[in-house]
Design a protein around this ligand. Structure first.
Ligand SMILES: Cc1nn(C)cc1-c1nc2c(-c3cnn(Cc4ccccc4)c3)c(Cl)cnc2[nH]1
Length: 285
């Protein structure tokens, strides 16, 4: 795959800005074309004053530092970044089919074969991240994009960290995906590892198949149900899929099924075209 000759210094004048693609809590994303090469990308524009008032500058620096060094077909690539006096610009891979959560809301839930292929791709991406000691910590449909060939791309590394990590973090946004070890009030030795992403993968599998998160409830009840792994799998979900969900949504992080085991779980093997997995394996992912 030929990659564009990547100059070290980027600036706004190098890009033609297209339509807005979406907006997040901090900033907007626009379709953009780099003038000299015609390369299409997504330009995320963050306003420095909003980052300062939101106290998230360190998070953005970490997002840049982590995502710029990642190369995997199921991880949204960051080609570079630059800033002017008011804004920070992230040059991101353009995902041709947009935000996954919009597809999930439109279809309410995915057929098992599609959910299994998506989870296999997520497991491949997480295995790559964890090998580089990166914990994403915010795996949920809102942070996953869909490429032009229907492949998933994990994005938004704003909450990712380098493992091991025992600093407590104030989390914002939905509680639904948080693992018990990150919500249980505990003393300082309460640390977490890459296994937090396995719990979130279990929540994601459930939401793909059921159309809602397993612990969805009022905030207080959600925290209580997560802390007890109190959830039930509806009868319309196959027993193989239910088995994988139950092996991921395990309170003890060390007892959660590993990503290698996820990729050879009967439910995954049943739905994933061998060639596709083999092709990823050939490329060493
Ligand atoms: C929307 C949409 N429709 N189609 C057909 C393609 C897309 C598309 N969107 C993207 C997007 C994209 C857009 N919004 N967001 C969410 C967001 C925005 C700002 C801050 C944080 C998070 C991501 C990206 Cl990054 C990268 N590629 C994208 N592609």
């Amino acid at each position: 795959v030929c990659q564009p000759r990547v100059p070290k210094q980027f600036h706004l004048g190098m890009f033609e800005i297209g339509r807005p693609l979406g907006k997040g809590k901090f900033g907007r994303v626009y379709l953009a074309r780099e003038r000299s090469s015609g390369f299409i990308c997504a330009l995320k524009v963050l306003h420095k004053n909003e980052l300062q008032s939101g106290g998230v500058e360190r998070q953005v620096r970490r997002e840049i530092e982590i995502q710029s060094n990642l190369r995997h077909p199921n991880v949204l690539q960051m080609f570079g970044h630059f800033h002017d006096n008011k804004r920070v610009f992230l040059i991101l891979e353009f995902a041709g089919k947009g935000e996954l959560y919009k597809h999930l809301r439109r279809e309410s839930r995915f057929p098992e074969w599609r959910a299994a292929q998506y989870i296999a791709q997520m497991a491949s991406a997480l295995r790559y991240l964890h090998r580089k000691h990166v914990i994403h910590r915010d795996i949920k449909p809102e942070n996953i994009l869909v490429g032009i060939h229907g492949e998933l791309k994990i994005s938004d590394f704003g909450w990712s960290v380098h493992a091991p990590n025992n600093r407590r973090k104030t989390m914002c946004g939905t509680l639904d995906y948080l693992p018990p070890e990150m919500i249980k009030p505990g003393s300082s030795e309460n640390y977490y590892t890459e296994k937090v992403d396995l719990w979130s993968l279990g929540v994601l599998t459930y939401e793909f198949l059921v159309g809602e998160a397993p612990f969805e409830d009022t905030p207080v009840m959600t925290q209580r149900r997560i802390a007890r792994a109190d959830m039930s799998v509806p009868s319309f979900v196959s027993s193989e899929a239910g088995d994988l969900i139950k092996r991921l949504l395990v309170l003890d992080p060390e007892k959660r099924i590993s990503l290698d085991q996820v990729q050879v779980h009967p439910w995954i093997l049943k739905h994933c075209v061998k060639g596709e997995r083999a092709s990823n394996r050939e490329r060493g992912y």
